[in-house]
Design a protein around this ligand. Structure first.
Ligand code: IMP
Length: 423
């Protein structure tokens, strides 16, 4: 049995969709373990680009079964849109998409509360998809699960209890009009028939699959530094994108995990608020954004861009147990005269020994950089590591040395064939 976990090792948007799509060739199951429609996984097949928010990108491989695990929060409206999109592409998903009966639902009041809270001066810069409020309800033990959709009475009972409380909050705290329970029941009651065929006990399915020696790819969304426990709190998402989240979010035991692949961009990006020590708020940052097409796949927001941050990666490798890394978007750096990698941080004139996850400290650190000559030629048609220009190989060697992680995959473009396997 083998479970390989794929984690975003930075602040999300590392290109996990493409790597999962690639690795899907050699696995039987791809299982998403946390987050919701806040994620946007882009896959380019031929000339066409597809963005998936909930369904794992393994769905494009006919032999792969895709699982949405219990740790995911599901917006049925977004899910149905995605199912419709896949069906319009003639992709057969019957029997190939399994949704955990224990996953929680995102309800209209979650999205509303998310957007209202984001109007405050202390905003996080969320995607507005209702993620935080849905996880709040899950942990308050008042959440509505996917399985509740199948029993109208239970669904209406739970919804009523929630709506009464949410309407008080909306009216009394936010001076917002109340929500109509009948409208929500009407909107959601269509989903039971549409989703019924996919709902199952996915933890049981995965554990049975492991007994049959099937290979499973556990796909994380967002990135390690957005982790609710280990990220740059409070500027984080409300789940555990780190590798530990795969066990709780799928119901697979830690002893089943054979490897953890961290996906990293050859530079760093972040969407939303929060500290970002290597951020470039100048022309170079703008150049990275333009060449890299650094605009959110879910919200279209411009991403903040900066240099590769090795201390962050060392921390990420530690908490995730990363055994190898995939470096994506190396080609975005093709035209730069000079490149920098942050090797450490200084605070109050002294080097920091460990990574500060406390956002106020991270806000104050000064990055220390190593400077590299650019390679000033295209890497986009490289098929082998030795096809890369010498300076590009030096840059990758430095990433390996400074992070302590072996680079096993290098991506030099959005297409499937623009991927180099180094081993
Ligand atoms: P939320 O997950 O929508 O609550 O947003 C919380 C933080 O996580 C914000 O800074 C978002 O920009 C960020 N975030 C959420 N999902 C993603 C993602 O898929 N990629 C990058 N950042 C994300």
């Amino acid at each position: 049995m083998a479970v390989k976990i794929i984690v975003g090792a930075q602040w999300g948007d590392e290109g996990k969709g493409k790597i999962v799509d690639h690795l899907s060739d050699s696995v039987d199951i791809v299982a998403r373990y946390q987050g919701g429609a806040n994620a946007g996984h882009t896959v380019v097949i031929g000339e066409k680009q597809y963005v998936l928010h909930l369904i794992p990108s393994g769905i494009f491989h006919e032999h792969v079964t895709c699982v949405i695990g219990n740790g995911v929060v599901i917006d049925p409206i977004a899910l149905m849109d995605e199912i419709k999109q896949l069906r319009s592409l003639n992709i057969n998903i019957t029997g190939r998409l399994l949704i955990s009966h224990n996953a929680h639902l995102i309800m209209p009041y979650h999205k509303l509360l998310d957007s209202i809270r984001e109007k405050s001066s202390e905003k996080i810069g969320t995607t507005g998809r209702g993620i935080g409020p849905a996880y709040i309800d899950k942990f308050m033990r008042v959440g509505i699960k996917i399985v509740d959709l199948l029993d109208r009475d239970t669904f209406v009972h739970k919804l009523k209890r929630n709506i009464e409380e949410k309407n008080q909050i909306l009216r009394k705290i936010y001076d917002n009009p109340e929500l109509d329970i009948n409208e929500i029941v009407h909107e959601y009651e269509q989903f039971d028939k549409q989703i019924d065929e996919y709902i199952t006990d996915t933890a049981l399915f995965l554990n049975n699959a492991m007994k049959e020696n099937k290979n499973i790819l556990a796909e994380g969304a967002q990135g390690a530094l957005l982790d609710i426990d280990h990220g740059t709190y409070p500027f984080v998402t409300s789940s555990n994108p780190t590798s530990g989240g795969a066990c709780t979010g799928l119901g697979v035991p830690p002893t089943a995990v054979s490897s953890v692949l961290g996906v990293v961009k050859a530079y760093t990006t972040r969407v939303g608020n929060g500290p970002f020590p290597t951020e470039l708020e100048d022309e170079t940052g703008e150049q990275l954004r333009t060449i890299g097409g650094e605009y959110g796949a879910t919200t279209g927001r411009p991403r903040r861009c900066g240099w590769f941050d090795a201390p962050m990666l060392r921390y990420s490798a530690m908490i995730n147990g990363i055994t190898e890394i995939a470096v994506t978007k190396l080609d975005v750096l093709d035209k730069f005269d000079q490149l920098k990698i942050c090797t450490g941080y200084i605070i109050d004139g002294k080097p920091l020994k460990s990574y500060p996850t406390d956002s106020r400290t991270l806000d104050k650190v000064q990055p220390v950089y190593l400077i590299f000559d650019g390679w000033k030629s295209s890497t986009r048609s490289a098929k082998d590591i030795n096809d890369l220009p010498l300076n590009a190989r030096r840059y990758l060697d430095a990433i390996e040395e400074l992070t302590g992680c072996k680079v096993t995959i290098v991506s030099v473009g959005a297409r499937r064939d623009q991927t180099i396997f180094t081993k």
